[in-house]
Design a protein around this ligand. Structure first.
Ligand SMILES: Cc1cc2nc3c(=O)[nH]c(=O)nc-3n(C[C@H](O)[C@H](O)[C@H](O)COP(=O)(O)OP(=O)(O)OC[C@H]3O[C@@H](n4cnc5c(N)ncnc54)[C@H](O)[C@@H]3O)c2cc1C
Length: 552
């Protein structure tokens, strides 16, 4: 290994967390930083081999295309999942600069203060809501302006919807009529309520962490970004991480870390890399012929995800939804609108309206989230291949999702090969609390869709859930899919099953941290991109030895 391959910090994975880390750690020109990404460059003109895929990344409506595009997407597949009807689920995850923030649904949600206070109460010192709020604010440029909860001047743009489809507006009104309070800011003082989503979009284009954090600093001489570089394992000297081995263009290469190796490869790949490096459950490692460097039984355990239950309604033939805007002369008009003004269909994220409510009124905080939109898809194709095919007739979507599931799954290696996919076992709806919440979610959906505000648009009243709890649970098992929020597989904590400590250092070894969605002890109550960015913002201060006060 030459001095040229030696860095202060090596970051594995240029996703939501990795791009933030690369920016913050290389801000000091004395730090030499290497950022490795298994996927390619996301900029269309810098990577002509995936020009079209990259164009789809940066155009918000392109979400529907990248969702099953293997050029920019790992397209993992779960094992057979009994709780969701004995199906295997496709799990998209970004494989490109920006990671999943380059292919996600662009929805900006933080979760509840109670989520982070819960992390703190479980022993994760420094992670209460008061502790993390400055990092949410630091990351953000809120187009509405700054207030107690929101920041301006940060790298990540947060914007409002530019056009309000009347059917989405009717859905919002119907939710209010059903008893969910109207909110202006579900990322502020109180999450409960219904409102228009805010988005990681700037000027009609996706604001991934690659765009927000990485592109502006890629010319720093002390930052090296290596694409198509698949990390195989962490290299150790005794129990100290000293570098990594990675595959690039068919060759196994190494790079040396003088200070730290930081895994930011996401909730599927970070535990996989730990196991490939000899850190994990001894029996699993031995089964695959991997020498145990340090036994850490929690690696790959505690997998959590949000399971959304697909619920759609047919609308009257004269309704104009995203389905209609996406075809024929209307589509041409929308393309022109986007070309000239960066507005209209192509600038839309996939969901428009969001509601948070409680499955049981005695709960202190909402445990259900609804994604609502004036669009409907072929759910069978979505579940089977992740192809997002809009229906031919007008339709709307109003999907419930339990946001604090109790069910836990696992991610473990199936092979010692670095490029083999691990076994993902989601265990959806395994816990009775999750089953009850699913049933309650369908009852809320029925209630919303029975309100006068939405009635004029519906082709026919009714829904396919059936009238009993049993039929609703059966529907939930068959009509659900991932909401793409895998977390928790390298859990932070101080107990024997924790993988990293509250400074995100891997227990039992030195010079190695995990900084990504996998460190969440419990999934936060909502979409996970903004929380992951917050985690990386906070981790960068920890790594650089800056006090939390620096973020305020
Ligand atoms: C389809 C989809 C839609 C979503 N929609 C939303 C949404 O609307 N709002 C929201 O808040 N959240 C959403 N999420 C979730 C959110 O985007 C993720 O929680 C977040 O991006 C996770 O960040 P991360 O840094 O942990 O992982 P990632 O962003 O996935 O980054 C991991 C990176 O590591 C790279 N990598 C993996 N293995 C290796 C290896 N061996 N060597 C080198 N590099 C490697 C990957 O290619 C990737 O770039 C969505 C996710 C997906 C997939």
């Amino acid at each position: 290994m030459s001095e040229a391959d030696s860095y202060d910090y090596i970051i594995v994975g240029a996703g939501s967390a990795g791009c933030v880390l690369a920016n913050r750690l290389s801000a000091d020109p004395r730090n030499r930083v290497l950022l490795l990404e298994a996927g390619g460059d996301d900029r269309p003109l810098h990577n002509l081999g995936q020009f079209w895929s990259n164009l789809m990344i940066h155009t918000p409506i392109g979400f529907g295309k990248t969702l099953n595009d293997p050029k920019v997407n790992w397209l993992y597949e779960t094992e057979i999942d009994e709780g969701s009807g004995g199906r295997k689920h496709k799990w998209p995850k970004g494989k490109v600069l920006g990671g999943s923030s380059s292919i996600n649904g662009l929805l900006y949600i933080r979760g509840q203060a109670a989520d982070y206070d819960g992390w703190r109460q479980s022993g994760c010192e420094g992670w209460s809501y008061d502790d993390v709020l400055p990092y949410f604010r630091r990351s953000e440029h809120q187009e509405r302006g700054a207030d107690t909860w929101h920041g301006t001047g940060g790298p990540l743009n947060v914007s409002d919807i530019t056009e309000r489809n009347p059917i989405s507006a009717a859905l919002l009104d119907a939710a209010v009529q059903a008893g969910i309070p109207r909110s202006d800011d579900i990322n502020g003082a109180e999450q409960e309520g219904v409102t228009w989503f805010q988005f990681s979009i700037k000027g009609g284009k996706r604001h991934s962490t690659a765009v927000a954090y990485l592109h502006p600093v890629m010319s720093r001489p002390n930052l090296t970004v290596a694409t198509e570089a698949h990390t195989a394992r962490v290299l150790f000297d005794g129990k100290r991480a000293v570098g990594i081995a990675f595959l690039q263009h068919g060759r196994m290469r190494t790079a040396k870390a003088r200070r730290e190796v930081i895994l930011a490869a996401g909730a599927v790949a970070s535990p996989q890399i730990l196991e490939l490096s000899g850190i994990g459950r001894g029996d699993i490692l031995q089964k695959h012929g991997i020498a145990v460097l340090h036994e850490l039984k929690g690696v790959g355990e505690n997998l959590q995800d949000h399971y959304m239950i697909g619920c759609q309604w047919r609308l009257k033939p004269d309704c104009v939804t995203v389905n209609e805007l996406s075809r024929g002369p209307r589509l041409i008009r929308e393309i022109l609108k986007y070309g000239f003004a960066r507005k209209g269909l192509l600038s839309f994220a996939v969901a428009h309206v969001v509601a948070f409510c409680r499955s049981r009124m005695e709960l202190a905080h909402p445990d259900l989230q609804f994604h609502m939109m004036a669009a409907s898809m072929d759910l069978e194709a979505l579940g089977r291949t992740q192809a997002l095919v809009l229906e031919k007739e007008p339709g709307l979507t109003c999907t419930p999702c339990q946001i604090r599931p109790e069910s836990r799954g696992t991610v473990h290696i199936k092979s010692p090969e670095a490029t083999a996919y691990p076994a993902i076992v989601p265990n959806y709806l395994a816990d009775p609390i999750d089953q009850d919440a699913a049933i309650a979610g369908l009852k809320w959906a029925r209630k919303i869709m029975s309100q006068p505000a939405i009635a004029p648009y519906l082709a026919a009243p009714g829904d396919p859930f059936g009238d009993t709890d049993e039929s609703m649970l059966a529907y939930s098992r068959l009509a659900g899919a991932t909401l793409y929020h895998a977390v928790g597989t390298c859990r932070m904590g101080r107990d024997p099953m924790a993988v990293v400590d509250p400074q995100l250092r891997v227990h039992g070894v030195e010079g190695l941290r995990v900084v990504d969605a996998s460190i969440m002890p419990r999934i936060c109550s909502g979409n996970t991109n903004a929380p992951t960015i917050m985690i990386a913002e906070k981790a960068s201060d920890m790594i650089l030895g800056k006090s939390a006060a620096a973020a305020a």
